[in-house]
Every structure is written in structure tokens, then in C-alpha cells.
Design a protein around this ligand. Structure first.
Ligand SMILES: Cc1ncc(COP(=O)(O)O)c(C=O)c1O
Length: 428
């Protein structure tokens, strides 16, 4: 063996060994992540996508079985399985969703598919979206997302699009309902557009924008103006879908007044983090040719298996009932902490298992995340708006005991946070 072949082999073995070491330092168990053996409660559910935790046994078994059969099939062979899945989803969808398009595995590309449907059906181009919204990382979805920092070096415009302010709402699902001022939608359409709006894209609860839960009157006002102008409403349920807000979809539960024309899901749909996404729509938006929107891995067998198994677990294990039953406990715990740490923690808000609270400053959120890790808790911040938000999104299979672990770790983290930076008091 030549010296260079020997060294290349040694390098490979070394890299391979190191790679395995790195990957094996993480192990998930339900809502917990073990990092180098240290048990952490993951209150971010991965990237808000582990609806059923890290390793739900039903998902693992079904996926292993499918992996042994095949992990890829061209969409020509998966259409019937997709159809069966859609039939399973139908009872949970808002009224009128009679068609489906399961050819995506990411939320961004599924949102683009939905926009294409609205554009082709209407012959118009523009998209209305909201300040602080997040609809994805592709050029088109970033361009309609409501924050400038992701766009500063990139240039794409969907002609005729507008971003409009979303109400600043701190609506708390169980305990509070402060009245808010609704935007004057009519005014934006009349003065800022040129009769070229194809759709309004909205997250029923703004996730990355700071966990903003809108009051129901907002959804009905939007529905009314959209119907009057024949503009499609696209519900971006990438974060809110598959039980996160306590109903299967937010727009068939809390946000039912939205009555979307097109609905997009991703994230939690894959149960334990398997990439899976889909679009459901009213028949008049089922207008695309297959070559107009698809991707290599769309409707791959692992994604479809994960979707099917996730629906089964949600149904068989009463996951929605679990969220509904424990939401008051989670919310009461957060409100109690807010009282105990008033002046530091504020604005606790949310619905289902989708909660958040604010800390005084952006920097203090970074510090808090570090402190929380020492208390075996993973939390994430919201990057948008004032960015001083900490999101709390436990896996939907979390038990009351798990929620207590989360609240206890938050309590300990806040106590250390307050002791570390007493000078912040009163800034909030
Ligand atoms: C509401 C919402 N829409 C769309 C997306 C984009 O999904 P993906 O990251 O799977 O492309 C995200 C991702 O965070 C999201 O939160």
C-alpha cells in the first residue's frame, strides 16, 4: 500500500470514528434529549417538529419496517398511498378541503406550491403577508416573510405583494382575551395594491414572530375581506398543524373562522422529525400539472409512513386530548412564574402546547438560554420582532410529570437569571 493510500485510509477511519462519536453523543427519549449522557427536557421539541417526541416506538418500528422494504419510490408509485393518507386526514381538515398535493417534504416548498395554486387559479400574482410572519427559507417564501434580516443580501419579489401589520396581540388561550385593534384590510387592498392579489398567507399563530395568538375576530375579519375580493386564504399550518394548538389543525379549531382555501402542513406531520409536508385545498385550487410543482423526495415512502403512523398515534393515544387536558396546567405554571419573577418575565401567552414569554432584552434571552441549559432545559428564542421572546413548545406526548419537569427547570433557570442580572429589573 502506498503511503498516501495508507494516510487516506487512516484519515477515513479517524473521521468515521469521530463522526460516530459525535452522532452517538445525542440520544432522544420521548420529550427528553440526552447530550453526552446529560438528560435535558427539550421544550423546543427539536426545531418545533417533534410532535411525538424523539423516538416514539410506533414511529420507529413502522419506519424501520419501511426502510427494509425501500426508502424511495417515484411518485408514480406512491399516489394511492397518498390518497389513503388524505382520506385519513379529511375529518380533521377545515370544511371544503377536498383535494391534496403531497409532493413536498419541507414547509417552504409546500408554501410555494400553495402560492402557485392561488396564482394559477386567479391569474393574479401578489401575496399579502404579515409583519413578523415566517413562511420559509426559499427565495420566494423568505421574500414574503415579515422580517428584513433574512433578506438583506437577497433579491426576489413576487410582483404585487404587500406586507401588512399584524395586530400586536398577547392573547393567552385559557385565561385572557384583551381586545385589540384590527388592521383595516380594506384600506391596504384599495390603496396599496393594483387588483393583483392572488392570496393572503397567514400563520394562524405566528410562530417565529413571537408566538402571537390572534383573537378569533381577526380571522373572521380576514375571511370577510378575502371573500369579498375573491382572494385565496392560505393557512400556513407548518407549526400549528398536527395538534400543536390542541386541535388537529388550528384552522379547524381555535382559528376556524379563517376558513382557509388552501392549507399547508409540515414539521410535526413527520411525528419524530421525519421531513414530511403537504398541501390540502378546495377543488377550485387543484389546478397544477404534476410538472408544475414537485420535488425528488416528495411523497417518499418514509415521509408517507411517518405521516400515517403519526395520525395513528394521535388517534390511538389521545394526543389531542392530552394537549387539551394539560394546557391549563402549562399555562397556569407559566403565569405563576411570571408573577414570581415579575419585572423580568412578562407576556406569557399561547394556546395548546405553543407558549412563549418575554424577557427584558435580546441579550437577556441569549443569557437565559445558556442558564436554562445548565438546568437541563432546552428552550429557543424568537428571532423576529424585538427578539426578546422565549418559546415553550413541549412535545405533544408530554405527561403532567414532564410538564412539571419543564416548569421546575424554568423556575430554577429564572431564579439564576434574576440573581445574575438584578439590574434588568423594571426594563420589561
Ligand atoms: C410557519 C412556518 N412556515 C414555513 C416554514 C418553513 O418550513 P421548512 O423549514 O420546513 O421549509 C416554517 C419553518 O420554520 C414555519 O415556521
Amino acid at each position: 500500500m502506498s503511503a498516501s493510500a495508507f494516510y487516506a485510509g487512516a484519515l477515513y477511519m479517524n473521521n468515521h470514528h469521530r463522526f460516530n462519536q459525535l452522532m452517538s453523543s445525542f440520544r432522544g427519549e420521548g420529550p427528553y434529549l440526552f447530550v453526552d449522557g446529560k438528560k435535558m427536557f427539550d421544550a423546543a421539541s427539536g426545531t418545533f417538529n417533534l410532535a411525538l417526541g424523539y423516538n416514539h416506538p410506533t414511529l420507529v418500528a413502522r419506519l424501520q419496517q419501511q426502510l427494509e422494504r425501500c426508502s424511495h419510490l417515484s411518485s408514480r408509485f406512491t399516489h394511492d398511498a397518498s390518497q389513503l393518507l388524505f382520506e385519513r386526514l379529511k375529518p380533521y381538515l377545515p370544511a371544503g378541503m377536498e383535494r391534496f398535493w403531497f409532493r413536498d417534504i419541507t414547509g417552504s416548498s409546500a408554501i410555494e406550491g400553495a402560492i402557485r395554486m392561488a396564482q394559477k387559479a386567479s391569474g393574479r400574482s401578489g401575496v399579502i403577508s404579515f409583519y413578523r410572519a415566517h413562511h420559509g427559507q426559499s427565495l420566494a417564501t423568505a421574500s414574503i416573510s415579515g422580517n428584513a434580516f433574512r433578506l438583506s443580501h437577497f433579491h426576489t419579489v413576487i410582483e404585487g405583494s404587500l406586507k401588512i401589520p399584524a395586530p400586536a396581540s398577547l392573547y393567552c388561550g385559557v385565561s385572557a382575551s384583551a381586545p385589540i385593534e384590527l388592521p383595516d384590510f380594506e384600506q391596504y387592498i384599495e390603496y396599496a395594491s393594483t387588483d393583483n392579489i392572488a392570496c393572503i398567507v397567514i400563520e394562524p399563530v405566528q410562530g417565529n414572530g413571537g408566538n402571537i395568538v390572534f383573537p378569533p375576530a381577526f380571522y373572521s375579519a380576514l375571511r370577510e375581506v378575502a371573500s369579498r375580493h375573491n382572494i385565496a386564504i392560505i393557512a400556513d399550518e407548518v407549526q400549528t398543524g398536527f395538534g400543536r394548538t390542541g386541535s388537529f389543525f388550528a384552522s379547524s379549531g381555535y382559528a376556524a373562522a379563517l376558513q382557509p382555501d388552501i392549507l399547508v402542513f409540515a414539521k410535526g406531520a413527520g411525528g419524530i422529525g421525519i421531513p414530511a409536508a403537504g398541501i390540502c385545498m378546495r377543488p377550485e385550487y387543484d389546478v397544477l400539472e404534476s410538472f408544475e410543482h414537485s420535488s425528488t423526495s416528495g411523497a417518499n415512502p418514509l415521509a408517507l409512513t411517518a405521516l400515517d403512523a403519526t395520525i395513528s398515534v394521535i388517534e390511538e393515544e389521545g394526543v389531542l386530548d392530552n394537549v387539551e387536558a394539560l394546557q391549563p396546567h402549562l399555562e397556569a405554571g407559566l403565569l405563576e412564574l411570571q408573577q414570581r419573577y415579575s419585572g423580568f418575565m412578562s407576556g406569557a401567552r399561547g394556546i395548546g402546547f405553543m407558549y412563549a414569554f418575554d424577557l427584558p432584552t435580546v441579550e437577556s434571552v441569549d443569557l437565559f438560554i445558556e442558564i436554562a441549559e445548565r438546568h437541563q432545559l432546552i428552550v429557543r428564542s424568537a428571532r423576529y420582532g424585538r427578539s426578546n421572546t422565549v418559546k415553550v413548545r413541549p412535545a405533544l406526548i408530554s405527561t403532567q410529570q414532564d410538564i412539571d419537569v419543564l416548569l421546575h427547570a424554568l423556575d430554577a433557570s429564572l431564579a439564576e437569571f434574576v440573581a445574575t442580572c438584578p439590574q434588568l429589573e423594571g426594563v420589561a
